[in-house]
Design a protein around this ligand. Structure first.
Ligand code: NAP
Length: 507
């Protein structure tokens, strides 16, 4: 039986590099990679060697015959994604030799930079989240690079620690990979050091030969509707930070003493928040959830969490693996709506979208379960008002214009993260990213700022999974290496860092 990729797939593509027969797709050099909701193992070419299992940082892969019951659905999902991928058309060939694809174009980066033998390149990385740590990992493949990471909090790893839901224990294992990177003697971590407050960009540029900005998207998008700032309305990203014990949010006053909570937006953050709000607290006892959040969940009166989306199910922002996991673990109902039902019958444009719609179609439209999640589509928020001791979300049906009123104790806005400017560096106010060309930060004149690079959400916007940052950081580090080769970034005497010392000693 072949191996199978399951829910916690982080898309860091380590498995594709480890696979000796190129049976895991899309690979980073294939067109579908950037938009894939998960990778799949092609069962017809998998040789069952298990190399991918060892490579995966989040335990997302297993042999089909050993999968737990809740993951058995992924056997068929992997198979159907493989069958639907046009690049696998040759799979029909009766000749086994033709049933494998050519090897990946990926090349392992050279381990040496073209600098003098006794020099090192010192790189300062701002931020210590997934993009920063993948960048550090990539940089440290070069023998002559030292990396200093600057983190404003007193604990590292950003959203890998404070963004991943506590019950996603496999995904949280990615921190183990980052621990290994941090153990490299050429890596130094500076905690409690905020760039712009404790140290300026210019000072960092002088201290290092190059800097890589990896600060993520640290705030949330606004809806821009009346009532958004009322007490009881908060962003889902703050709510996630609260249950994960983020130092700036662990004391937030969250009141779960009411029947209904409304979440606006239906991305994976909304699903995470709804799943935690409807969890049996006993199941979270042995997780990393903050003690205050666990306590609040124990006395929670919440019966229904309504996830409201302005568009139809064919545009649902949540990914299929997350929706599958949610429906397996919680009671999820689909709010009845003839326009939604019509879309479900019409089917999806891709194999994955088709699976998503089929999943939604299989949901009941009502339930008496004590804790349930209601998915509501085609509902455009217009304002939030106070009503009695709670709130009411005023909205309209996106197609018919019919008014909708949803009473709730708390409204969470989950409409995406937003990048903020880094003091001393240019900023694209529209896209909320640092202007850049494939990772080289561009100055106001459109020319690259020598030695200044960017990666992660502050480079491409807040999308993708933890592992998406790996290929993103590889691209950025490749540009930095090109600039070293071109003499734009120059090194310094090797004795200044641990790695330099090692090199001088010939170790
Ligand atoms: P997201 O996936 O971009 O979803 C944003 C949601 O907000 C969409 O439903 C969007 O609807 C809605 N929205 C945006 N502006 C709106 C407006 N003005 N009015 C009403 N609705 C609005 O964002 P996210 O959930 O914050 O996730 C960010 C990224 O992190 C995603 O790539 C996600 O997959 C990833 N993530 C992954 C996991 C996981 O794998 N477990 C967990 C958390 C986050 P429209 O589509 O109509 O714009």
């Amino acid at each position: 039986m072949p191996h199978v990729i399951t829910q916690s797939c982080c898309s860091d593509a380590s498995c594709t590099f480890a696979c000796p027969v190129n049976c895991i797709h899309p690979t980073p050099d294939e067109p579908g990679f950037a938009t894939a909701e998960m990778l799949y193992v092609d069962p017809t070419t998998c040789v069952d060697c298990g190399a991918c299992v060892t490579a995966c940082p989040v335990d997302a892969i297993g042999p089909a015959h050993r999968l737990p019951d809740e993951h058995k659905v992924y056997i068929e999902l992997n198979r159907s994604l493989a069958a639907a991928d046009p690049a696998n058309a040759v799979l029909d060939s009766p000749n086994p030799q033709q049933r494998s694809r050519p090897p990946m174009a990926h090349t392992v980066p050279p381990k040496l930079l073209p600098i003098a033998k006794d020099e090192v390149i010192s790189v300062g990385v701002i931020g210590s989240g997934p993009a920063a740590m993948y960048a550090a990992d990539e940089l440290l493949r070069y023998e002559q690079v030292t990396v200093d990471v600057y983190e404003k909090l007193s604990t590292p790893y950003g959203l890998a620690r404070f963004g991943v839901a506590p019950d996603h224990t496999r995904t949280r294992k990615v921190s183990g990979l980052f621990d290994k990177v941090a153990a490299d003697p050429a890596f130094r971590l500076h905690l409690d050091t905020e760039v712009g407050r404790d140290i300026g960009i210019e000072e960092l540029r002088q201290r290092h030969d190059a800097i890589v900005v990896a600060v993520g998207a640290s705030t949330d998008k606004k809806l821009g509707i009346d009532g958004e700032d009322l007490p009881g309305v908060r962003s889902a990203t703050d709510f996630v930070a609260w249950y994960n014990g983020h130092p700036e949010h662990r004391g937030d006053p969250i009141d779960l003493g009411h029947e209904r909570i409304v979440i606006i937006g239906n991305g994976n953050v909304a699903l995470d928040a709804a799943r935690i709000l409807t969890a049996d607290p006993d199941e979270l006892t042995d997780t990393t959830i903050s003690p205050a959040a666990l306590q609040a969940l124990r006395s929670s009166q919440v019966e229904e969490v309504v996830i409201v989306a302005r568009r139809g199910p064919e545009h649902a922002a949540f990914t299929l693996p997350e929706a599958l996991g949610l429906t397996q673990q919680r009671t999820v109902v689909l709010h009845p709506d003839p326009d939604v039902a019509e879309t479900l019958v019409a089917g999806g444009e891709s194999e994955l979208a088709g699976h998503k719609l089929a999943l939604l179609e299989s949901l009941d439209t009502r339930s008496d379960a004590r804790r349930r999640i209601r998915l509501r589509f085609l509902t455009t928020p217009e304002s939030i008002e106070t009503s009695g001791d709670g709130l009411i979300l005023r909205a309209r049906h996106s197609l018919t214009g019919q008014p909708v009123g949803l009473p709730a104790a708390m409204v969470l806005t989950s409409v995406g993260y937003r990048g903020v400017p880094v003091p001393g560096l240019p900023f694209d106010d529209r896209a909320c990213v640092l202007p850049n060309a494939a990772g080289r930060v561009l100055g106001d004149d459109g020319a690259p700022l020598p030695g200044v690079y960017v990666t992660g959400w502050i480079k491409r916007g807040p999308n993708g999974f933890i592992g998406t940052n790996r290929t993103d950081s590889q691209e950025t580090v490749a540009r930095l290496a090109e600039d070293v080769a071109a003499g734009v970034v120059t090194g310094r005497a090797a004795g200044s860092g641990k790695r330099g010392l090692r090199r001088l000693l010939g170790a």
